[in-house]
Design a protein around this ligand. Sequence first.
Ligand code: SF4
Length: 150
Amino acid sequence: MLKFTDEQIVFQEVPGEVSLAFTIAGCPLGCKGCHSSYSWRPDIGCLLTSEYFSHRLQSYQGLISCVLFLGGEWQGQHLLALLTLARSAGLNTCLYTGLDDVAPSLKQQLTYLKTGRWQAERGGLNSPHTNQIFTDLRTGQCLNHLFIKQ
Ligand code: SF4
């Protein structure tokens, strides 16, 4: 079962979307300089049950356009179930992963995917030198340019 340490509404992590974002506990990648290392322990946070998740989607109905998961791919079946619920509710979906790719079954239920570990020397999506890639999976288009301030 997935557990989350943070739940918030975010505006910049997914361009053009108002997203309900969950930080999932237990990321195993251990990137040096990770901004959310407090969430690495898999035993902290609150259970993200289907019932709780559905209730939150109902509460935000008409106010959000997307659900963002910051991690969770290490429990693919549980994540897939929540993504499917979000898509059934007519919402777009996004996953931020430190991996370079995720399972095709997850991508089928995702609108957007951010891949790539945090590498401080290369920066995040707002850096032209980043190793990370933000993709619109509907078109395959890289949307990194939308994160860079002109
Ligand atoms: S993938 Fe993200 S959450 Fe996981 S260690 Fe790296 S920066 Fe932190």
